[in-house]
Design a protein around this ligand. Sequence first.
Ligand SMILES: [Zn+2]
Length: 253
Amino acid sequence: MPRFRFHAELNDLLPPALRGHTFEHACAERATAKHAIEALGVPHTEVGLILVDGQPAEPGQLLREADSLEVFPAAPPPLSAEAPLPRFLADAHLGGLARRLRLLGFDTELARDAPDRGLADLADGDGRIVLSRDRELLKHRRVARGRYVRALDTDGQLREVVAHFGLRERIHPFTRCLECNTSLRLANRAEVADRLPPRVAAEQTEFTACDGCGRVYWGGSHWRRLRSVVDAVAKLGGSRGQSIMTMPECWKS
Ligand SMILES: [Zn+2]
């Protein structure tokens, strides 16, 4: 039987009895490395280097009875400021995470936004990183980049994604619509007055508007709670996110 050893965070995805040590596991006839690894519960999107008998191997390599595999996690994406910002596609069960990523300014589509297209089609055509807690989805061959989100609660999921993709220094909070993911623009009161409750129109002077769904945003008590989400992320690791200073004026009060 082939032998397997999974490294680092990939062990989270294995049955408990198989974590942290080398084990033997019977494979289907003519199984590839990808098939065997995924049959053990680890989607290909989580995997970086595969060694077979100490040599780098392709996921499509056929396994032999005597093979010994070592499987390492995918390397985190580059952290440099010049690297393009990652764009995400959250599956329909991660709506809370999608809204929080939008709150921080990251382009995040929610799968249910496009019900007529399969999620794999969206990810494949758009180059987005799929965020999901559905391992079968992440095993889909057309999902090239993805992350199995470990945390169960929304705040924990946000911390996990921010840490894994190195997003903390690149946040642009309150620049994207929470509902539809469109970039927001600054708007003056006269322009949006007909969409404001009277008290807001009287008290607030600066607004951001979404040209995608027509929503208008302004600073206020509801947004102080969201501001606390932003601040918690900016403080992860002990320093403030530099880009927090790019927040539109109307959110700073
Ligand atoms: Zn919108």
